[in-house]
Design a protein. Structure first.
Length: 118
């Protein structure tokens, strides 16, 4: 899955785009068959004033689950991206495991009720 990457207030460089797509966490996100959409927003919050304003917002849509939004602000854009994508990957993994556990429990309850009814 190709991410939808948008930079606002600065030009998205090839190096920055490659950095995003080669993050270990991002690779994990791409591998999920439940992934519907990944959007990454990189706005420059303070513009030419500078400061700690490198912001990364990761917006992930998974099939059958609520939208997941993770954001991070750092003094370095690469660090903000690393932190946000890493956190998003961990949250996606956790949500998918939880959803799988719920489905397993529901199937077990259904089988138990079906067996009790016979």
């Amino acid at each position: 899955m190709q991410p939808d990457i948008h930079a606002r207030g600065f030009s998205l460089t090839g190096a920055l785009e490659n950095h995003i797509q080669n993050r270990p966490g991002f690779t994990l996100l791409q591998a999920s068959s439940r992934m519907k959409r990944v959007r990454i927003r990189l706005p420059d919050l303070n513009g030419p004033r500078g400061g700690v304003d490198n912001y990364c917002l990761v917006d992930i849509t998974l099939v059958g689950l609520p939208v997941l939004i993770v954001e991070d602000v750092q003094s370095d854009m690469y660090t903000a991206i690393d932190c946000a994508i890493g956190h998003a990957a961990r949250m996606v993994k956790r949500r998918l495991v939880q959803q799988g556990s719920r489905r397993h429990q529901q199937a077990a309850q259904h089988a138990h009720l079906h067996a009790a009814g016979q």
